[in-house]
Design a protein around this ligand. Structure first.
Ligand code: TYM
Length: 337
């Protein structure tokens, strides 16, 4: 049977190189061989303070970027998380069986909570349970994500196995929920900030120069790469713990130029930073330009995007509702016809 894949990105701003190289790039390949569901996780985006007008715009533009990056609506189901109410419903059911202390251990929660000060919402704590609901609703086999999502995937597996299948599968038939696996790329699973090679590239970094947005103009990309942090040594290399910037930028160059690690390492072994940055800029712009071209066409045609999302909602709902029904039944919730 064809394996099923689900993944998503939060519409909290323009997607960056990390989102693309760590996650979406992988989705594009998977859709050829798997049954794929890709959602724009707008309910996750409201777990920290947000602007309602921006959210609407970002949700549509994230969907457009999925397509511009190569997600084909004929091969994949593209939808908005809040359009399928089963996500919130399953999240509630999972909340009722997930121990609070599992949630308090989540690294991303701790990191994000510090930034929120006194204003930490219950939604932020619950973020990983909603993510588990996203994944489990589609009985997903594989979840292509960046490395930072590993712990959330482990949680989804634990909830499914220990808290649902082991406890409620009284009939002993097929399990209620499929146990999903994280799919993490060998290269690009953790793209670092341009300003600090020890920090992850992130949408929430207040320093714009720390990331390259998929919609950044070529001049801006050139400027950001020019200003990217370097070190004082000549030549670039991988995996030297004292040279995180060299490792990060060389990784970016390898993926963007389509070469392999060995050739890139050899090519850049004795190169000066200035010359290397020109090569990286060229590789980056030439890969991003076609995405921007496609995006600019799509975003001018909201009818087409709405059609894609409507179709996606219908297809996603069918699968999600059937899993939700299974879980409700297992929980003993009364159904009347
Ligand atoms: P988000 O929007 O923070 O990230 C979306 C995807 O991009 C990956 N990513 C990175 N990969 C490499 N380097 C980076 N610097 C980098 N930054 C982000 C993330 O790992 C992710 O794969 N919680 C999820 C959203 C989500 C989800 C889901 C994902 C909600 N429900 C269900 C999969 C399945 C997140 O991190 O979003």
């Amino acid at each position: 049977m064809t394996k099923r894949v689900l993944s998503g990105v939060q519409p909290t701003g323009v997607l960056h190189l990390g989102n693309w190289l760590g996650a979406i790039r992988n989705w594009v390949d998977l859709q050829k061989t798997h049954e794929t569901f890709f959602c724009v996780v707008d309910l996750h985006a409201i777990t920290v303070g947000h602007n309602p007008n921006d959210l609407k715009e970002n949700t549509l533009s994230t969907a457009a970027l999925y397509v511009a990056c190569g997600i084909d609506p004929k091969l994949s189901t593209i939808f908005v998380q809040s359009h399928v109410s089963a996500h919130s419903e399953l999240c509630w059911l999972l909340n009722c069986v997930t121990p609070l202390n599992w949630m308090e251990r989540m690294i991303q929660f701790k990191e994000k909570a510090i930034k929120q000060g006194d204003n930490v919402s219950i939604g932020l704590l619950d973020y990983p349970v909603l993510m588990a609901a996203d994944i489990l609703l589609y009985q997903s086999d594989l979840v292509p994500v960046g490395e930072d999502q590993k712990q959330h995937l482990e949680l989804a597996r634990d909830i499914a196995q220990q808290r649902i299948n082991n406890r409620f599968n009284i009939k002993g038939n097929d399990s209620i929920l499929k146990i999903p696996k994280a799919l993490i790329m060998k290269e690009g699973a953790k793209i670092m900030s341009l300003q600090d090679g020890r920090k992850k590239m992130s949408k929430s970094d207040p320093n714009e120069g720390s990331r390259i947005g998929l919609l950044d103009a070529p001049e801006l990309i050139t400027k950001k790469i020019k200003r990217a942090k370097t070190d004082s040594l000549l030549g670039l290399e991988f995996d030297n713990p004292d040279r995180p910037e060299a490792n990060n930028l060389l990784t970016l160059y390898t993926i963007l130029s389509g070469t392999n690690k060995e050739s890139a390492a050899l090519e850049c072994k004795e190169i000066g930073w200035g010359k290397f940055k020109n090569l990286l800029t060229e590789a980056c712009i030439s890969k991003i330009e076609p995405i921007q071209k496609k995006y600019n066409q799509l975003i001018k045609d909201p009818d087409q995007l709405n059609f894609i999302l409507e179709e996606g909602r219908t297809k996603a709902e069918e699968v999600a509702e059937s899993t939700l029904k299974k879980v409700k039944d297992a929980f003993g919730l009364l159904e009347i016809n």
